[in-house]
Design a protein around this ligand. Structure first.
Ligand code: AHM
Ligand code: MG
Length: 327
């Protein structure tokens, strides 16, 4: 009889570190997000059957049309985290301000930033989407946690991860000691480890960018994209950051979402999308930059702070930065 590989719960228990208030906290937090991920995965698989495709008829704080699954996912992740009693502050892409954490706002030790359903324009076409999260240890003491606990650069993050809802459901996380992949076994309802200490794939001459926007790009990005095309790079763009990032992590490549003439800060959110993935990229030996500065060193000035981002293989990010430094 074969023995099952470790599940997320066992692995996190065995791989906690002294950055956490209690040894079990990492397990409890990852388990909460993993449970939310199972629920979202099951909702996605049955979305057409349950009439939860399409728009919720509302817009989020940055004006994006909210999909029904954005709203469902946001509530599911928040409720799962609140149920731990460990979270004092939460902020998500779908909320203008901090999410109310009740009594735990004073007693909880951790702050969580998340994007519940990233790439939501993919929902209606059954293409991959993802959940992204980052966890900080609180700074304030004895008062309800506030912006000071959340508005922090990615280099202060304790844990970052994502759940990719693709042809299989993958849970990925780092707590500063390597990057680990778990795959949801739907028959067991459990995430089982499938890759420990993932390393960023070497350069494979792949770039992922919405080149349809290039008419608005600035010269460094135009020069870079002409260069990589002249070198014979392939383009691969799914339009869901988690999926593009995951593919490039495994197969090699760079994802680019530049600032442009109409959106100088690009589209992506520093706290909910960029900083967590930057932590994972660096832990795997890759890199993430806004063209000049490492993403993890950028101080957010507001919850919905946006930034250009280039992320993936370290050599490819350095090549891109060269075009920006010569500008
Ligand atoms: P979202 O959080 O509203 O889904 O926006 C983020 C998504 C990323 O997942 C993806 O890479 C990008 O937006 C795609 O944008 P575009 O359609 O402009 O190429
Ligand atoms: Mg998003």
């Amino acid at each position: 009889m074969s023995v099952s590989p470790p599940n997320l719960f066992q692995f996190a228990m065995d791989n906690t570190n002294d950055e956490f208030a209690n040894p079990s906290d990492l397990t409890v937090l990852l388990n909460a997000i993993g449970s939310a991920g199972k629920f979202i995965s099951s909702e996605i698989n049955r979305a057409a059957l349950r009439d939860i495709f399409g728009s919720a008829g509302s817009a989020n704080v940055t004006g994006d049309d909210q999909q029904k699954l954005d709203v469902i996912g946001d509530n599911v992740v928040a409720e799962a985290l609140l149920s731990t009693g460990l979270v004092c502050a939460m902020s998500s892409e779908e909320n203008a301000g901090l999410i109310d954490c009740g009594d735990a706002a004073v007693t909880g030790e951790y702050c969580v930033v998340y994007d519940p359903v990233d790439g939501s324009s993919n929902i209606d076409v059954a293409a991959p989407i993802g959940t992204i999260f980052g966890i900080y240890r609180r700074l304030s003491e004895g008062v309800p946690a506030g912006d000071v606990d959340i508005l922090r650069p990615g280099n202060e993050m304790l844990v970052a991860g994502y759940v990719l809802y693709g042809s299989s459901t993958i849970f990925c996380y780092t707590s500063g000691d390597g990057v680990h992949f778990f795959t949801l076994d739907p028959t067991l309802g459990d995430y089982l480890i499938t890759e420990e200490n993932v390393r960023s794939h070497g350069s494979s001459h792949v770039y992922s960018a919405n080149e349809g926007n290039s008419g608005k790009w600035h010269d460094p990005d135009l020069n870079w994209v002409e260069h990589v095309k002249s070198e014979g790079y392939s383009g691969r763009y799914i339009g869901a950051l988690v999926a593009d990032f995951h593919r490039n992590l495994m197969k090699g490549g760079i994802y680019a979402y530049p600032g442009d003439k109409s959106s100088p800060d690009g589209k992506l959110r520093l706290l909910f999308e960029c900083a967590p993935l930057a932590f994972i990229a660096e832990q795997a030996g890759g890199a993430a930059s806004n063209g000049k500065t490492a993403i993890r060193n950028i101080e957010p000035t507001q919850l919905h702070h946006r930034t250009p981002m280039y992320i993936g293989n370290a050599d490819e990010v350095a090549l891109l930065e060269g075009f920006h430094s010569r500008a």
